[in-house]
Structures are given as C-alpha cells and as structure tokens.
Design a protein. Structure first.
Length: 211
C-alpha cells in the first residue's frame, strides 16, 4: 500500500512538472509570436541621416548606412513627411507616451552639428512642405492612435489641454519658415484630419493658401 501511494505521488509530481514545462513553453512561443524582433531604417529626405526603429538596438536618429549607422540621438521620431532638413537643422515629429497611455506628438528641431534637441511646438505634427517650401504642421491635433472619436478619457485630456479639438478632426494649420522655425501663417481647420489635406495645403504655395 505504501509503495502504491509512493508511486502515485511520483506520477503526480511528474505530471505537474511536465504540465508546467508545456505551459511555460507555450507561453514563451506566444510571447515570441506577438513580440517579433524588428529593425527598420527610414532615410530622411535623401540625406545621410535616417530614423531607426529597432527592438535590438536603441531607436532614434542614425547617421550613415544601414549596416554601419551610428546613433546620434535616441528617441522615437517620425520619418517621410514627419521629417525635414533645412540647412543644418532637422525638423521632425517626436512621439511620446504619457503615464495614462496617450500617444502625443511634438515638433522638435535638432541641430545637426551638435545634435541638441529643442521642442518647438507641443501637440503639433509635421505634415510636410507646401509648394513654396514652408513646413506645414497641424497644432492641437490628437493622434488617431488615441481613438478620440470613441475614447471619452482622450476627449477629457483634449479639453484640459485647452487648444485641442476633442473630436480629433480639427487643428490649427501652421506654416513655418524652416530657416528660423518661426510661424509665418496659421489658420484653423475643423477638418484638418481629412484626406484632402495634402491637396489643400501641401500642393499649394503659401500665397495661394492665404488667398
């Protein structure tokens, strides 16, 4: 009887150990499947600089080729229409996450000689250049990733900020002189998030927009 109980306890112990191993192995596989390694490079306007997103090395602004790029400024930045080089100044979007989980975007300027970063406008996203060369941004804009149309806490945040459209549709369209970072013209647009933005602003000169 004693041997039978001992054998049953050993069997139960083996079953528990095997089950724990299978559970750990399954959870590990699922975690790997949902968190794949990534390493992406996005050149900035044909320059030697690029924005890199990586789970292997720090994300940020790199100088040089994909294989031999050197990290110059750590952070999460935009690329393509979210970055522009004017002389020795780099303008780009910097994405930050608040303690409440909101994704915000600030327009920053980076000195390409010293790589010192300056926040020019908060809650502002760079959209590109207009036909006459000015940088075009939307200020007071809520990132779509915050789901402003269905997220009531996001709307509360927008109202507390004071200058943000809680619907996530509108914003102040700003035209910035890249030489000094100064705003030369701005206009409120209640439909700034629409697909027609490029045609209304980026495809026209500043004078055409003013007119």
């Amino acid at each position: 009887m004693t041997d039978s109980k001992f054998s049953m306890n050993v069997l139960l112990l083996i079953v528990i150990i095997v089950s724990a191993f299978i559970f750990f192995f399954t959870v590990t596989l699922v975690d790997i499947a949902y968190n794949p390694a990534y390493n992406e490079f996005y050149p900035i306007e044909g320059t030697e600089y690029c924005v890199r997103y990586s789970s292997l090395d720090p994300s940020g602004i790199y100088k040089g080729s994909r294989a031999a790029g050197v990290l110059k400024l750590k952070g999460t930045y935009g690329y393509d229409w979210g970055a522009a080089v004017v002389g020795d100044q780099l303008y780009l979007n910097e994405y930050v996450t608040t303690e409440m989980g909101y994704m915000l975007c600030n327009l920053v300027r980076v000195d390409l000689n010293t790589f010192e970063k300056e926040v020019l406008y908060r809650d502002t996203i760079l959209r590109g250049r207009c036909a006459s060369g000015e940088l075009v941004c939307i200020s007071g804009f809520i990132m779509p990733s915050n789901y402003p149309e269905t997220n009531p806490t996001c709307r509360l945040y927008a109202m507390s900020a004071g200058d943000m459209d809680p619907t996530g549709r509108g914003g102040t369209v700003m035209f910035i002189d890249g030489a000094d970072g100064e705003t030369v013209y701005s206009v409120w647009d209640g439909d700034a998030a629409s697909d027609s933005f490029d045609g209304r602003y980026l495809g026209r000169t500043l004078e055409e927009v003013r007119g």
